[in-house]
Ligand binder design. Structure first.
Ligand code: ATP
Length: 425
């Protein structure tokens, strides 16, 4: 992890938050390449979960919601973790992480476990304490409260999904492991509404689909698995939960949870809001849908793609660091590298850069040896480097160097955009 954290800082992928003020623990900022990578993760999810499916629509609900939402959802009462402090070394632990009754760090005596609510509280308006609001700890409730609006304004037919990507906030007791567990993060969540007798089938389809999504974007299949929760561990609203887990350098950890949430949420919101939240089928019957929820973290997914694609290998005699990111995820898709800065090579290379830059994120780099320039692109995972030299110009071609096996192919300039398009999508 240390190497990856250092690479992220050095190459503008992820920076520690508020660094010039000494930082703020467990906050991270995505840099110029990091924001492209994270946006690509979100775009891939949005395309695969919403754009390519006729049965899913999108939503973007607000972070601040009426506090009654959190009463109805159970978060005010139930969204707590047991917190334990060591009386000797003052370290703080999540109760679930402690085995035995002594401090795992120093062996000291521990306090009794106190339940700690993970929601961040804030005030709306100028008077402290008058109007309490919460930063949402998940995006899902924004979907449930808009269930009726979506039904009334679209022509969705069950089964159908409502998907959204957005920020969520949790005052975690033990954040850490880089961007894996932070206070502020992004989720991609989908609530898939089904007839209750079809819920089990939809649950197993979605668990497989979500596992396949990560593998399809390049995650090594031996590093990712499905981990069903034992029945005794299920949250009060869930009939079944299966996590998608990835083997990070710090161990197998949850990337995403797929849950059968039954009709719990809609019923709770019916009870607390007084609105009817039912689906009317073709025969006019009012149905209380069950919901299957694949709920993942954008930052955790991004971290898994980073960790999984990171490799150190050889380029000739030199060691190189390379991110073998799937082309859909790579921050920069193409780098244009003239072999010399002179006329007519550099102007031609610039012209090629200008012609491609509106289609993809493309970089132009003419500084340093070609080896150094390749290394810079390898480190941020650029799949294609296009070089231009005098010989190329005689034949109106360029040489494309492939990131993963470093092989080179000569491509006609007139064909380059098509050539790239067929490989980048
Ligand atoms: P964990 O057990 O790791 O705390 P969780 O089961 O509480 O996670 P969910 O409530 O199921 O998580 O949230 C859905 C997803 O949101 C998680 O799978 C994870 O990818 C992401 N997520 C949750 N908490 C955090 C966090 N503090 N930082 C980053 N991502 C998070």
């Amino acid at each position: 992890m240390r190497e990856i954290v250092a690479l992220c800082k050095r190459r503008g992928l992820i920076f520690p938050g508020s660094e010039i003020y000494g930082g703020m623990a467990n906050t991270w900022d995505y840099g110029p390449y990091g924001v492209l990578l994270k946006n690509n993760v979100k775009r891939a999810w949005w395309e695969d979960m919403v754009m390519k499916r006729a049965d899913v629509v999108g939503l973007d609900s607000s972070i601040l919601m009426n506090p009654k939402v959190w009463e109805a959802s159970g978060h005010l009462k139930e969204f707590t973790d047991p917190m334990v402090d060591c009386k000797a070394c003052k370290k703080r632990f999540k109760g679930d992480d402690i085995t035995g009754d002594k401090c795992p760090a120093c062996g000291g005596e521990l306090t009794e476990a106190k339940q700690f609510n993970l929601m961040f509280k804030t005030n709306v308006g100028p008077v402290d304490g008058e109007n309490i609001a919460y930063l949402r700890p998940e995006t899902a409730q924004g979907i449930f409260v808009n269930f009726k609006n979506v039904l009334d304004s679209t022509r969705v037919k069950m089964p159908f999904g409502i998907a959204q990507i957005g920020k969520a906030f949790r005052n975690e007791i033990t954040p850490g492991n880089f961007t894996f567990r932070t206070l502020e993060f992004e989720q991609f969540e989908m609530e898939y509404f089904v007839y209750p007798d079809k819920a089990d089938e939809a649950f197993s389809e979605w668990t497989q689909a979500r596992l396949g999504w990560y593998i399809g974007l390049g995650i090594n299949p031996s590093k990712i698995k499905l981990q069903p929760h034992p029945e005794s561990d299920l949250a009060h609203y869930a009939k079944a939960v299966t996590d998608v887990e990835y083997e990070f350098p710090f161990g197998w950890s949850e990337l995403e949870g797929v849950a059968n949430r039954t009709d719990y949420d809609l019923k709770q919101h019916e009870k607390f809001s007084g609105e009817t939240l039912r689906y009317t089928d073709d025969e006019g019957n009012k149905v209380e849908p069950y919901v299957i929820e694949p709920s993942g973290g954008v930052d955790r997914a991004t971290l898994a793609f980073l960790v999984d694609s990171y490799a150190v290998d050889k380029a000739g005699d030199e060691e190189r660091v390379v991110l073998r990111l799937h082309p859909r995820l790579a921050p920069i898709k193409v780098a244009i590298l003239p072999l010399v800065k002179k006329d007519p090579v550099a102007p031609k290379a610039k012209e090629i850069y200008e012609s491609l830059k509106g289609k993809w994120f493309v970089e132009y780099d003419e500084s340093g040896t070609i080896g150094k320039r390749y290394r810079r692109q390898d480190e941020i995972g650029t799949p294609f480097c296009v070089t231009v030299d005098f010989e190329n110009l005689e034949t109106d071609s360029v040489t494309v160097r492939l990131r993963d096996d470093m092989k080179q192919e000569v491509v006609a300039i007139s064909e380059l955009a098509n050539w790239l398009s067929s490989r980048l999508g």
